[in-house]
Ligand binder design. Structure first.
Ligand code: AP5
Length: 216
């Protein structure tokens, strides 16, 4: 078993990069944000617990997150390679992941930190549009669809996430600073953190990550 992590503030490009990297690396993309949004849509018990936290831009309680990640990892085999996006987000979640990896005789091998200025993060989030049908992610200026409001891949309708409103975005950035940024030091101390400039074109970041993974 192997695990790598894409760490970074909301809007840094974790989901976009994960989609590109998974195609060429064999890593399984695990996004706790996507899992929670699916649970909210399906109105499961997890979704009902998570909804109000997500809409306010707050973190969903650790016990809920730990439950869904454990459940997801229990479905994978011994040789599974996980690429986490949006997880872990607190020290407690990071320690839990370490414990799960240790139980499997492995460890988190790499953490890629996507760094960007606050201005860039806000402009990326406010321009983000997502396909209601297949989940493809666009940006109205940076990565526009060929036809406005319509997904290139499946023709689905593009929508804006509820928690991408300006007020909620500013809270999400604060929450990242207060609760998640501590993970930078946590992983740096283990000498597995690699800092990447997230303002680069996505293909540049993808190539850098693939190059690092091919050497390990
Ligand atoms: P989550 O879904 O994880 O959201 P997030 O971390 O806030 O990250 P985003 O999805 O906003 O951004 P991203 O970095 O993936 O950027 P993207 O690739 O889309 O979490 C949502 C909520 O769920 C949380 O607030 C919390 O409530 C809850 N939650 C989730 N996980 C949790 C956990 N572990 N613990 C507790 N609560 C949890 O890119 C952004 C935009 O920029 C897009 O439009 C894209 O097209 C564009 N773009 C990306 N890269 C580039 C590039 N290189 N050049 C130009 N444009 C780019």
């Amino acid at each position: 078993m192997d695990a790598i992590i894409l760490l970074g503030a909301p809007g840094a490009g974790k989901g976009t990069i994960a989609d590109l990297v998974k195609e060429k690396s064999g890593y399984l993309h695990v996004s706790t944000g996507d899992m929670l949004r699916a649970a909210v849509k399906a109105q499961t018990a997890v979704g009902l617990k998570a909804k109000s936290f997500m809409e306010a831009g707050e973190l969903v309680p650790d016990e809920v997150i730990i439950g869904i990640v454990r459940e997801r990892m229990a479905q994978g085999g011994q040789d599974e390679k996980y690429m986490f996006d949006g997880f872990p987000r607190t020290l407690e979640q990071a320690r839990l992941l370490d414990a799960v990896m240790e139980e499997a005789g492995s460890r988190v091998s790499r953490v890629f930190l996507l760094e960007a200025s606050k201005e860039l993060l806000v402009s990326r989030i406010s321009g983000r549009r997502i396909c209601r049908n297949c989940g493809a992610v666009y940006h109205v200026q940076n990565i526009p669809p060929k036809v406005e409001g319509v997904c290139d891949s499946c023709g689905g309708e593009l929508y804006q996430r509820k928690d991408d409103s300006e007020e909620t975005v500013l809270n999400r950035l604060e929450v990242y600073k207060k609760q998640t940024a501590a993970l930078i030091d946590y992983y740096d101390a283990k000498s597995i953190l690699l800092r990447l400039d997230a303002s680069q074109p996505k293909e540049v970041t993808q190539a850098r990550i693939l190059e690092v993974l091919s050497r390990s």
